[in-house]
Structures are given as C-alpha cells and as structure tokens.
Write a protein that binds this ligand. Structure first.
Ligand code: FE
Length: 341
C-alpha cells in the first residue's frame, strides 16, 4: 500500500507556511537531519503548493550538547551546521527555513546570525497530531504581543501558588519576547506549535514550589513529590523535597556548568488547544513537549542559557507549572492557572 502519512500532513504544513506569509517566488530551505521525521517531507510539498522555490537539505546529525540531543528544547544546534559555512550560507540565502532537525538551533548563536540577514525560520518537531491540534491562528500573534507590551512597560512580575510559590521578578532589561507558532516577519524565528509570552530577567528572588503534576522538561516527567527551590538574585541556592528534588539537584551537579542553577527565560502560555496529558501519552522521542511549555495559563520558567546576559550553557531545563497566579505590576495575567479575562 502507499505511505500516506506525509500526504496527510500536506494541508497542515500548507496552512502553516501561509501563516509564515510564504508567497510565490520566495526561496524555502527544508532543513533536516537523518533522524528527522520522514513524514515531515510534507513541508516540501507545502512550499511547492505555495508557489515557492524549495530545496530539501539533509545534514549529518550530532550535537555538541552533552545529553541525548533529541527534542530537549536546549537547541544547541547540529555540529554539522555549526561547523559548515556552506550550510550556513544556504540557510542565509533562504527567505524561509523550515527547520525539521530534532533539536533546532534555539540557543545557538549561529541562528541569530542567520536571522540577522532577514531569513525567517520556523522550527517544527512535535508529533503530527500535536501540530495539527495546535495549528496557530493569525490572531494569536496580537494576543501575545499584548503580553509583551505589558512586560516591556512593567517593573515587577510576581508569581504565587497555593503550593507555596512566592517569586518576585525584576523586569528591567528583561527583553520580553513571544512565540506565536508562525514566523511571518523578516528575521523572525518561531516554533510550531507555540503561543507564549516570555522574558529574560536577571534578578528574581523568593521560592518556587513545584506541585504534583507539574512537568519537568526535557525529561518529560511529571512531578510526584513537591519540590521547593530557593531563589536568590536569579540563582537557585537550595533544592529540597522528595524524588524530583533529588533528580533536579543531581542534574545541576552532573551538568558541571556555571549557569546550571541560574534562572533563564520565564513567562506564561496562551495555547488553549494544548493538552497537559500529551506528555503522558507519547513516546519521549515523538515529542518536544510544546503542549506543556505553551499550555494556556501555565507558568513556564527555565534554567541555564541566557542570551541577553551572554550566558552560553547546555544545561537547560524548562519547567511548566499549573495553578500559579502571575501578575505584572499588580495586574493579573494568570489566576490560579487560568488566563485572566
Ligand atoms: Fe526553554
């Protein structure tokens, strides 16, 4: 029989590329590595459907990160691209790169270099039905931009929870950003699927208490025993609790990384189609975990790399929490884990 899985994705990829404002005559490079999903070759057909020129480029796999580099969100990039000026030149020459590598280049400086030339990049690596369920809408961008505006003019973000979280975040210089699931502006990187507001603060103080059911990424595991993390000046100074506290403390120790215990981006999700249980329902290799990261009304915070402060690090955790209240200069944006009206 025919293999129809990529045909099934053609419509979704075509809609996605149209959201990326792909127009006839533009140049698309579909970037993959040997381990990329075969059915995502639908991106190639979608680019043709949009009337674009398209090249499929497959480069060798392998990453400089000291952990299995598949769907972690650390995004250090593929060594084969980081070390190959010809590959970089091809990507820079494109109007749109569809990045189907298993890890992307999220935290790789070379990605910034490519974007500076005006190339837009859309990164795709979640399971097909996760992509389809969370296909973005054009209006998602307006919504996240409101959150960015709010953060940009504010001084303080506070995060609290019934579990005991009480964190104060200084927003000055925190470079608010968004993800909306499509890359439509020149020089724009985005991630399908995603709808979130985030910033890169330097200083935060207080306590983060993970509750059972919160999600630890890249491990793609749910917290079972509460974890208390003490935060001072933007760094984690103490971790206590049960099994997951021990796991996190061991990760920080093993990372042997100057920034492992330092906080990185933080913000909240707005993706209303996200499914908190996706993490439980898929194999780890099938999932990046954007359902958890962008879940509407979550509080997402992270550790390790911090491009605004020039901190390069491979020790990147993303931790997605339910049930938090997030306020920005006193205005609630998330109340007990639900988006404020
Ligand atoms: Fe992250």
């Amino acid at each position: 029989m025919f293999d129809l899985t990529s045909a099934d994705l053609l419509d979704a990829f075509t809609r996605e590329l149209r959201l990326c404002k792909l127009v006839p005559g533009e140049h698309v490079v579909v970037l993959a590595e040997p381990g990329s999903r075969g059915d995502y070759v639908a991106a190639f057909g979608a680019a043709k459907t949009c009337g674009a020129h398209v090249i499929a480029a497959t480069v060798p796999g392998g990453s400089p990160a000291p952990m299995p580099s598949t769907h972690t969100g650390a995004g250090p990039g593929l060594t084969s691209v980081l070390e190959d000026r010809a590959a970089q030149a091809l990507l820079k020459s494109a109007d749109l790169v569809v990045d189907l590598t298993r890890e992307g280049f999220i935290h790789a400086p070379v990605q910034q270099e490519i974007l500076r030339g005006g190339t837009r990049i859309i990164f795709v690596c979640d399971a097909p039905d996760v992509l389809i369920r969370n296909l973005p809408k054009e209006s998602d961008k307006d919504e996240v931009l409101k959150g960015v505006e709010l953060l940009a003019s504010a001084r303080t973000m506070r995060v609290g929870s019934a579990a005991g979280t009480d964190l104060e975040v200084r927003l000055q210089g925190s470079k608010p950003e968004f993800q909306c699931g499509f890359a439509d502006d020149p020089g724009r990187w985005d991630h399908w699927p995603s709808t979130m507001v985030l910033c890169w603060p330097e200083v935060s103080d207080g306590r983060i208490v993970l509750a059972p059911g919160d999600i630890l990424l890249p491990f793609k595991e749910y917290v079972r025993d509460p974890v208390t993390l003490t935060v001072a000046g933007g760094h984690i100074t103490d971790v206590s609790g049960g099994a997951e506290a021990h796991l996190l403390a061991t990760f920080f120790e093993d990372a042997d990384d100057a920034w492992a215990r330092s906080l990185s981006h933080m913000g909240w999700g707005l993706m209303r189609t996200a499914d908190w249980f996706a993490t439980a329902m898929y194999g780890k290799g099938d999932l990046m975990g954007m359902d958890a990261r962008a879940f509407a009304g979550n509080f997402l915070w992270s550790t390790g790399p911090h491009p605004v402060l020039g901190r390069e690090s491979y020790a990147h955790l993303d931790i997605a929490m339910r049930g938090c209240t997030v306020s920005v200069d006193g205005a609630d944006v998330v109340v007990s884990g639900r988006l404020a009206a």
